[in-house]
Design a protein around this ligand. Sequence first.
Ligand code: PEP
Ligand code: MN
Length: 444
Amino acid sequence: MTAIPTLEQLHALGPKQQPTYPDSGAVDAAVARLRTVPPLVFAGECDDLTAKIAAVTRGEAFLLQGGDCAETFAGVTADNVRNKLRVLLQMAVVLTYAASVPVVKLGRLAGQYAKPRSSDEETRDGVTLPAYRGDAVNGYDFTPEARIPDPQRLVDVYNSSAATLNLVRAFVTGGYADLRQVHTWNTDFVQSSPFGQRYESVADEIERALTFMKAIGADPDEFHRVDFHSSHEALLLEYEQSLTRIDSRTDEPYNVSAHFVWIGERTRQLDGPHVELLSKIKNPIGIKLGPTTTPDDALAYAARLNPENTPGRLTFITRFGAGKIRDGLPALVEKVTAEGLNVAWVCDPMHGNTFEASSGYKTRRFDDVIDEVQGFFDVHRSLGTWPGGVHVELTGDDVTECVGGGEEIDEVGLAHRYESVCDPRLNRVQSLELAFLVAEMLRK
Ligand code: PEP
Ligand code: MN
């Protein structure tokens, strides 16, 4: 049996990106509460996801991971969750149908509430306050009170995640994700967008295929429900450790707050507490690799996080930036492949491509996002390895946070509907457009 590291042991490893709480008694109370709450996911579900990601590792499936940069408590509404799920389902249909590859669907949701920040402080109009670190830590309002870290928010994360996951589970098994709904997901969208129209013709073809299958008497369960899993960055040690439990079936530790958790770019120190904690759990896990990662680092992560080389256990999520991926990625892939390591390679084309627009908004160019994914495919194709998936920040709403795409949002247009509390997300049209472009890359 693997022991779960204690919070004391983890804190002794010098954690980065943790809040400084003013009241340690309140932290203890929140942790005590979290230790008693029921699991959000079951260990067996995590194992199912590991098996699915193993197929990605073998080149037999493609991973679609997406959702907000930062979820908010206020964003836990039926409309918001449904819209996100809907765009992910539409993207998955496009990818599955156009590229004939099974798609593993992984939401960046039901737990994505904590944010690492590049600066501890934020200054507006000459006033400096602690940075917003996600609803898991403090409030977004730019006031001294809101920005004080409050550990009760950790319990709120659990409750908000439970509500979100409950709704997602109801949607995916209760008929909303039934393939016969492919058209319904697109209503209110078709007329306004060429990508909506393009989706409509895919949906027509699927409908014809379903009618044919039904006529010959085939109506498998897979037509009526989808497998959908949850994920978030495992950032806050109090939360992640409290929700790590020994599974009675296997006697092994699982993080029961999500099916999949990942280690971010800023907390991936090999001897740090995030690598330590995630090395002990049995969930499928990811780690972000950026331009400063060396091939030897990649081998060291694999040795530390997946010593048994279990397929599906470890996903490398690369986030180089469009200008760096073609030069930076090959050495990593070559060395990992030469060592015979089983990892799924997934492209995060968002975090290496962020810049500040002249209007002051943090944004990304749709073309850079696509260029990074194309670079990712080019590198893997030339090395004979499998471009296993994409990890994207998106929303199901018609926001204006990333520039470009079919609607040609420009820097001035960002102000129209910029709602993200952290990084800019692809909107519904941009997400669907990305899915069509990635499907073409997969087909080649
Ligand atoms: C994120 O995924 O929102 C994030 C902060 O990414 P990274 O750790 O790669 O910078
Ligand atoms: Mn982000």
